[in-house]
Design a protein around this ligand. Structure first.
Ligand SMILES: *Cc1c(COP(=O)(O)O)cnc(C)c1O
Length: 402
C-alpha cells in the first residue's frame, strides 16, 4: 500500500464557535502603525461605527463600548442595573446562562436559576408562572441568553417580553447576544429588550477584545437610581460621544476599531437581512448532513427541533470517545478544527468525549461548509465511525438551493 500523505497543509478552517474566521479585509485594516488617539481619523470613525452597530442590533437606543471580551460585557451590563442583594432570575439553557448568572452572584446579586437543561429552549409558561408569583416585584432583571453556544439552542426573546408585559412585571429584560449577533435574527427594540450584550469575535469577525452593551431608557433610569456604579463599568460616560469618543475612558482599542470598521463595511455591503439568511441556509446544510449521518450509528443533533436551533453553531453528540477522536483526526490530518463540547459533561470526564460543536458564524460561505462536512465524513470513514449514507448529498442540495 502506498504511503498516505498528511493533508493538513494549506489554509485551515477554525470551525469553532468563536473566535470565528477573520476576513482578510479585517486583518489588513488592522495592519497599520499606531494611530493618534487624541485627534483625527480614529475619533471621526466613532459616530458611524456606533450607528452601524445600532443598526445591526435594530435599536435606536444607547451603546457603550468596552475593551474586554464577552465576560466583560456580562459584568458591565449587570454593574449598571443591579445592586448587591437585588434578585435576578436566570432561565438557563446551557453553560452560558449559568455563567452570566455566576457573574451576577459575584456582584452580590441574589441569583435564582431556573434550569431548563441542555437539550431544550426555555419554557415560557414556567417563567410566566414564576413572574406571576413575584407579586412584590422582587425580581429586578431576567437574564436570557439568545443563543446558548454550549447547547446551540436559540431562545424566544420576544416571548419573554410578552410574558413580562402580560404579568405587568417591571423586571429588566437583559439578553446575551454574544453568539447570535449578526448570525441569528435579533431585533432589540421590536422585541422589547432593555439591555443587550455582545462581543466582537463571533458574528462580527474581529479578534476578541472589544464588547458592547446596548441599553434603552428604562435601563438608563435604573442606572440613574443606583447609589454607585464602578468607574470602569459605568456606561454613562461611554455612551456619551463627548466623553468616550475622545477616549476619556482610557486608551482606545485602536486596531480593533479599524478591524471592526472593515467588518461592518462587509456586513453593510451584504445587508443584515442577507447575512441572517446566509447563516440560516448554511446552518440548514449542516443539519441536513447531520440528520443523514444520524440515520445509523450514534451521531445526533443536540437540539431536536429545527426551530430551536441556532444558525451560528451546532452542538452534536457521538458515543464517547468518538467525538474527541473525530476532532483530533480532522485537526491532525486535514487542517480542520472542530469545537469541543462545552458544559455537557464534567470537563475531562469520559462522557465529555461524546460531545463536539461546529461553528458556522461570521465569515463563512458555501464551500467552507461543504468543506467542514466533507472533512467530517472523511474523519468518520477513517475512524470507522458508524453513520448513515447521503449526508454530503443532502447538504449539497441545501447549498444548491434544491
Ligand atoms: C462566547 C460567548 C460568551 C463569552 O464570551 P467571551 O468573549 O469568551 O468572554 C458568552 N455568551 C455567549 C452566548 C457566548 O457565545
Amino acid at each position: 500500500m502506498s504511503h498516505h500523505p498528511n493533508l493538513s497543509q494549506g489554509r485551515g478552517y477554525l470551525a469553532i464557535p468563536g473566535p470565528s474566521v477573520m476576513p482578510e479585509a479585517v486583518l489588513n485594516a488592522m495592519h497599520r502603525p499606531a494611530p493618534n488617539i487624541y485627534a483625527g481619523e480614529l475619533i471621526d470613525m466613532m459616530p458611524p461605527l456606533m450607528q452601524d452597530l445600532r443598526r445591526i442590533a435594530k435599536t435606536d437606543h444607547q451603546l457603550a463600548m468596552y475593551i474586554g471580551n464577552g465576560h466583560a460585557a456580562w459584568e458591565a451590563a449587570l454593574s449598571n442595573v443591579i445592586a448587591p442583594g437585588d434578585k435576578v432570575l436566570v432561565p438557563a439553557t446551557g453553560r452560558f446562562g449559568i455563567g452570566w448568572g455566576d457573574t451576577a452572584t459575584g456582584l452580590g446579586a441574589d441569583v435564582e436559576v431556573m434550569d431548563f437543561g441542555l437539550q431544550s429552549a426555555l419554557d415560557i409558561d414556567r417563567i410566566a408562572q414564576r413572574l406571576r408569583a413575584d407579586t412584590a416585584h422582587e425580581i429586578k432583571a431576567i437574564l436570557v441568553v439568545h443563543v446558548d453556544t454550549s447547547t446551540s439552542v436559540v431562545n424566544d426573546v420576544a416571548g419573554v417580553r410578552a410574558i413580562l408585559d402580560a404579568a405587568g412585571h417591571p423586571a429588566l429584560l437583559m439578553v446575551d447576544c454574544i453568539a447570535s449577533f449578526a448570525c441569528d435574527r435579533f431585533e432589540m427594540d421590536h422585541w422589547g429588550v432593555d439591555v443587550m450584550v455582545t462581543a466582537c469575535q463571533k458574528g462580527l469577525m474581529v479578534p476578541p477584545g472589544v464588547s458592547f452593551v446596548f441599553f434603552n431608557d428604562r435601563a438608563s433610569a435604573v442606572r440613574a437610581a443606583l447609589p454607585r456604579v464602578s468607574r470602569f463599568w459605568d456606561w454613562t460616560p461611554r455612551a456619551n460621544p463627548a466623553e468616550f469618543f475622545q477616549y476619556h475612558c482610557g486608551t482606545a482599542p485602536t486596531h480593533h476599531i479599524y478591524g471592526l470598521r472593515a467588518a461592518l463595511d462587509m456586513i453593510n455591503a451584504e445587508g443584515i437581512e442577507n447575512v441572517w439568511s446566509r447563516h440560516a441556509t448554511l446552518a440548514r446544510a449542516v443539519w441536513a448532513a447531520c440528520e443523514m449521518w444520524g440515520t445509523q450509528g450514534s451521531l445526533a443533533l443536540n437540539i431536536a427541533d429545527p426551530a430551536l436551533r441556532s444558525h451560528a453553531v451546532t452542538a452534536l453528540r457521538l458515543d464517547a470517545p468518538q467525538a474527541t477522536q473525530l476532532r483530533d483526526w480532522v485537526q491532525e490530518n486535514i487542517g480542520l478544527t472542530l469545537g469541543i463540547g462545552l458544559g455537557m459533561a464534567p470537563v475531562g470526564s469520559a462522557a465529555s468525549h461524546g460531545f463536539f460543536r461546529v461553528g458556522h458564524m461570521g465569515h463563512v460561505n458555501g464551500q467552507m461548509i461543504m468543506g467542514v462536512l466533507g472533512g467530517m465524513e472523511a474523519g468518520m470513514a477513517a475512524l470507522g465511525i458508524k453513520r448513515g449514507a447521503g449526508a454530503l448529498d443532502a447538504a449539497a442540495k441545501v447549498i444548491g438551493g434544491g
